[in-house]
Design a protein around this ligand. Structure first.
Ligand SMILES: NC(=O)c1ccc[n+]([C@@H]2O[C@H](COP(=O)([O-])OP(=O)(O)OC[C@H]3O[C@@H](n4cnc5c(N)ncnc54)[C@H](O)[C@@H]3O)[C@@H](O)[C@H]2O)c1
Length: 287
C-alpha cells in the first residue's frame, strides 16, 4: 500500500538536492508532484524538467513549474499549476533556498535582500494561496525548511541564518492558524550532501548524508504515519532524526511581583537565569 495515493504535493526548489529527493520519494508513495525550480543545468535545460522525467519514467505523476517563487505572482502561479494539472494541493514543501555567505561587515544590501526574499518571502508568497486552498478543501500539510545555521548560528551566514530562523517563526504561527482548519505544519532542519559540499566529501560520507535519508523523514511528516502531529521542528540527516525544542531556564520573579528585584539581585541570580543547558553548535548537527 502506498502512503500518499491521491495526494498532490507542491515542492519548491525541487530541481536538485533535497527538493528533488523529496519529489522522487513522495512520488514513489503515490503522490502527484509539482516540481518547482527556476534553475537550469549546464546545457541550459530546466532542472525541474529532468526530475519530472525521472518520476514519470518510474511510473509516477509529475509536472514542472519553473517560475521564481519569491514573488507573489510566482506563488500564485505555482498553486494554479497544481490545480490545472491535478486539481488539488494536499502537501506543500517550502524547500527552495540560496546562500550568499559573507560576514556582516562585508555583506551589502543586495546580499541581504535576495536571501531574505528567496528563503523567507517565498514562504509567504507560496503558502498564502496554498493555505487558502487547503482551508477551503479539508486541510493539508505544510513543511518549512529551516537550517542548523538559523537555530544556532554559523559564521558568515547572518543573512541566511536570519531567513532560516524566520522560517521557524513562520511555522510556529502557521501551526496555530492551521490548527483551526486541519492544516498540519512542520519545520524541517536538514543536513545532507549538496552540490557545494559533495566534492569535499568521500564516497562513504556522501552515502551517509544522502538527501534520500531526509526524504524518508519527509514521507513520515506528510503522511498519515505522523497522525495529527503538528508544530514540531525535526532535525533530519542520515546520522540522526530528532526533535529540536526551545528550552527555558527556571528564571527568577520579575520586578512587577518581587519588590526586592533590582539589577543587582539579577546579577546575583545568574544560576537560575542562565542555568547551564547543553549548548548546541553548528558542529553538533554533523553528528
Ligand atoms: N543541504 C543541506 O545540508 C542543508 C542544510 C540546511 C538547510 N538546507 C536547506 O534545504 C533546502 C534545500 O537545500 P539543498 O542543499 O538541496 O540546496 P540546492 O541548492 O541543491 O537546491 C535548492 C534549489 O532551489 C532552487 N531555487 C533557488 N531560488 C529559487 C527561486 N527563487 N525559485 C525557484 N527555485 C529556486 C535552486 O535552483 C536549487 O535547485 C534549502 O532551503 C537549504 O537552505 C540544506
Amino acid at each position: 500500500m502506498t502512503l500518499l495515493k491521491g495526494k498532490v504535493a507542491i515542492i519548491t526548489g525541487a530541481g536538485r538536492g533535497l527538493g528533488a529527493a523529496h519529489a522522487r520519494r513522495l512520488a514513489q508513495e503515490g503522490a502527484a508532484i509539482v516540481v518547482n525550480d527556476m534553475g537550469r543545468d549546464e546545457r541550459g535545460e530546466y532542472t525541474a524538467d529532468s526530475v519530472v522525467a525521472s518520476i514519470r519514467e518510474a511510473g509516477g505523476q509529475a509536472v514542472a513549474h519553473t517560475q521564481d517563487i519569491s514573488t507573489v505572482e510566482g506563488g500564485q502561479s505555482l498553486l494554479d499549476a497544481a490545480l490545472a494539472a491535478f486539481g488539488r494541493a494536499d502537501i506543500l514543501i517550502n524547500n527552495a533556498g540560496i546562500l550568499r555567505d559573507k560576514s556582516l561587515l562585508k555583506l551589502d544590501e543586495g546580499d541581504w535582500d535576495v536571501v531574505l526574499k528567496v528563503n523567507l518571502k517565498s514562504m509567504y508568497a507560496v503558502t498564502r494561496p496554498v493555505f487558502a486552498w487547503m482551508k477551503e478543501n479539508g486541510g493539508g500539510v505544510v513543511v518549512n525548511t529551516s537550517s542548523p545555521s538559523g537555530l544556532v548560528g554559523n559564521f558568515g551566514q547572518i543573512n541566511y541564518a536570519a531567513s532560516k530562523s524566520g522560517a521557524w517563526g513562520f511555522s510556529n504561527v502557521l501551526t496555530i492558524e492551521g490548527a483551526k482548519c486541519g492544516v498540519r505544519v512542520w519545520t524541517l532542519v536538514p543536513t545532507a550532501v549538496s552540490a557545494l559540499t559533495a566534492p569535499l566529501m568521500d564516497a562513504a560520507m556522501q552515502a551517509q548524508l544522502a538527501p534520500e535519508h531526509v526524504a524518508e523523514v519527509m514521507v513520515y511528516m506528510v503522511s498519515e504515519l505522523s497522525g495529527s502531529r503538528t508544530g514540531h521542528c525535526l532535525f533530519a540527516s542520515g546520522h540522526s532524526v530528532r526533535e529540536l525544542k526551545l528550552v527555558s531556564a527556571p528564571g527568577i520573579a520579575g520586578a512587577g511581583v518581587d519588590p526586592a528585584f533590582t539589577a543587582r539581585s539579577l546579577a546575583a541570580a545568574e544560576e537560575a537565569i542562565y542555568r547551564p543547558e547543553p549548548t548546541l553548535t553548528v558542529m553538533d548537527f554533523a553528528k
